[in-house]
Design a protein around this ligand. Sequence first.
Ligand SMILES: C[S@@+](CC[C@H](N)C(=O)[O-])C[C@H]1O[C@@H](n2cnc3c(N)ncnc32)[C@H](O)[C@@H]1O
Length: 311
Amino acid sequence: MFEKHIPVLLKEAINGLNIKQNGIYVDMTLGRAGHFFEILTHLNNTGLAIGIDQDEEAINDSLNFLKNNSKYNNYKIVKDNFSNIKEIVQSLNIRKIDGFIFDLGVSSPQFDETERGFSYRNNAVLDMRMNQDNTLTANYIVNNYSLNDLTKIFKEYGEEKYSYNIAKNIVKERSKKRIETTLELVEIIKNSLPKKELEKKGHPAKQVFQALRIEVNDELNVLKKALTDSLDLLKIGGRICAITFQSLEDKIVKDIFNSKAKIIRSRRNLFDEKEPDFKLVNTKVIVPNEKELEKNPRSKSAKLRIIERIK
Ligand SMILES: C[S@@+](CC[C@H](N)C(=O)[O-])C[C@H]1O[C@@H](n2cnc3c(N)ncnc32)[C@H](O)[C@@H]1O
């Protein structure tokens, strides 16, 4: 299993958490328990690790792995959306947390399992749900959203320059026949781009697939809520490590962390200052080193930011 998913920025994120042996740590994106397992190795038997994932397969694989390959039992695994973190913590009768880790995005197994429909390289039904109990799929969006809404999500969530062209061609093609598969969509995208774009490095469907994934899983809104709630739940000295893989997510982490770590000035009296409750642990973003990039090319766009509660 660990051959399938190599944890990204593992050493940096674990160091960043500054783990106390008897602390309570939450891995908000359990995946295949890569970071989670490393957290467990830093705890003694009075510490606790909680792992959350909304993907049934991630939960089952991690539970099997932990049962068969580790001596640890001081952990809890929860299948839920991390945006419900306050309810999850409350249901476990816990009030405050020593550290959270977010390792966002799609896991390698999700990406590699063709039938999940995340990959623009393999043919599959258009799905992209991280939680298979949800009803909204990429298929629904592509076949039902209006021209305006498709253009808007490709532009906002995919930062795609040719959003309108692509949306227009989707609407045209679906009026002849429903668009069912990833490769049908890739073909429409390719036919919507000028030749010079197709000659550029990188897959031409990458941006649109990113946009659909964000819309299907409401990724940006749940991230904002989960970060804000996790900051509320942190103990003094507790930290959040957040690893992102694309600029929209990184901006959310950066903006929320910066706003929490800055001096608060009263609007009426500029000399009335309040020291912030948090400090940034790294002002410069942490990225993978050469060795990691060579070993795991998928770590290429990873960025780690860390914040600590100081009062
Ligand atoms: C990049 S993987 C994490 C890999 C993990 N750190 C490891 O080393 O094995 C991201 C995981 O987060 C999960 N995920 C993404 N958004 C989520 C959300 N809102 N709530 C719960 N899980 C989420 C995905 O299902 C996926 O399994």
